[in-house]
Write a new protein. Structure first.
Length: 401
């Protein structure tokens, strides 16, 4: 990357020249502004005084460069191409030509992520937030894999524009020192890349209908949020639905139809340990929800208390195991020491994630499925079982494992 400077050296000509040379060696090419008769006509019609003033200023600078009496005529001609005069000419050319295309921030759908995701190591820091950031990074990078080569890649470094030849594009690891923009006309999608922290870059997607691309990019993804075991991966189901007893298979068919018909659904299954409750939730997630495009979150302990469904996902499934240990009766002293019960209730009500609409971000009608298991309903807070919170309850009575 050439010389490295710490601090603001943008105004240093030697630094700028070094960076420009680095960009040229990395494959970038200067992007020259082109005269657009329509754009020039709009300026002439809407701001004739400003256009006249700038034209006179340039003419004056050229006249000064040519009219020096103490130098020969050929020296004066060379002076026209000096750095100072060239700067005035370039400034006038920038004024009368349209800027290269850039991201349209009027689009409502915006999704950004820093890459690579960095997790600070700490004994007291459970990496739940890191995993959610990793999921967002995966979503952004997978969208870029889906859309493939952009139609145009440009970079602005200080007062210069560069473009990256499309035939040289392989991936997004090319060198850049300024702000990079890319555009896909097929998807009406923009990408902006900025340097973030040391060794990190921020990728920002701006699109007209970004939600469908994110839905495709996150297909078959699952997230387990459970302290230091948190990870992003895929759902693993050891037992297929058809391996369960006939009554549970019938119940599974009812749940599947309800998932197809509902925007929000909550299911609670209960029974003694070993009756296959957890295995059933994984089977439903793998065979029903994943094919429908749901991203599966398996929540445990602290994750339940702090989890908010990501707003950029269209379909989310939450699996909460041992709900009787998490959403205990608030009349008990143990339940009063945490707010897990209130948080689970708010997820069931939908109030937590629908009460505030993001000012910026992907605006979608999010579908939510909650699958909960418990050994007994007796320890659950009574509010959990009120009408409108849990749509289906079923008792598992057959010894399964």
């Amino acid at each position: 990357m050439g010389k490295r400077y710490f601090g603001n050296h943008g105004g240093n000509p030697e630094y700028r020249e070094t960076q420009d040379q680095d960009l040229l060696r990395a494959g970038w090419r200067p992007l020259y502004r082109q005269i657009d008769p329509g754009f020039l006509w709009q300026i002439a019609c809407n701001d004739p005084l400003q256009l006249t003033q700038k034209a006179l200023d340039v003419a004056s600078d050229v006249a000064d460069a040519l009219g020096r009496n103490e130098y020969t005529w050929w020296a004066n001609i060379l002076n026209v191409f000096s750095q100072n005069t060239r700067y005035e000419l370039d400034e006038f050319l920038d004024y009368i030509t349209p800027k290269p295309p850039g991201p349209d921030f009027q689009y409502e759908d915006v999704l950004s992520a820093e890459t690579p995701t960095i997790q600070a190591v700490s004994r007291n820091d459970i990496p739940i937030d890191c995993v959610l950031n990793r999921l967002q990074e995966i979503a952004v990078l997978k969208v870029l894999e889906l859309v493939k080569k952009p139609d145009i890649i440009t970079q602005q470094y200080l007062d210069r524009y560069f473009y990256y030849p499309q035939n040289r594009f392989v991936d997004w690891n090319f060198q850049h020192v300024g702000t990079v923009s890319a555009y896909w006309s097929k998807y009406e999608l923009w990408l902006q890349i900025n340097h973030s922290r040391v060794g990190q870059r921020r990728f920002t997607l701006i699109g007209k209908e970004l939600g469908s691309l994110v839905n495709k990019a996150t297909y078959n993804l699952a997230v387990m949020l459970s302290g230091y075991n948190s990870r992003v991966g895929q759902v693993r189901s050891q037992f297929p639905i058809r391996s369960f007893p006939p009554d549970i298979q019938s119940f599974s068919d009812t749940v599947q139809q309800a998932i197809l018909d509902s925007e929000r659904l909550a299911v609670l299954v209960h029974g003694e340990p070993g009756t296959g409750k957890t295995a059933w939730t994984q089977a439903i997630a793998k065979e029903v929800l994943v094919p429908l495009g749901y991203v599966v979150f398996i929540l445990d302990h602290a994750a339940v208390e702090n989890f908010v469904p990501p707003g950029y996902l269209e379909k989310i499934c939450l699996i909460i195991n041992e709900a009787d240990n998490l959403a205990q009766n608030r009349a008990s002293e143990v339940a009063q020491q945490s707010n897990k019960t209130e948080h689970i209730l708010s997820l069931l009500d939908g109030t937590l994630y629908q009460s505030v609409v993001d000012e910026k971000g992907i605006q979608t009608q999010q579908k939510l499925v909650i699958l909960m298991t418990c050994n007994t309903t007796e320890r659950l807070d009574p509010a959990m079982l009120r009408k409108g919170r849990v749509d289906f309850m079923y008792e598992f009575i057959h010894r399964f494992v």
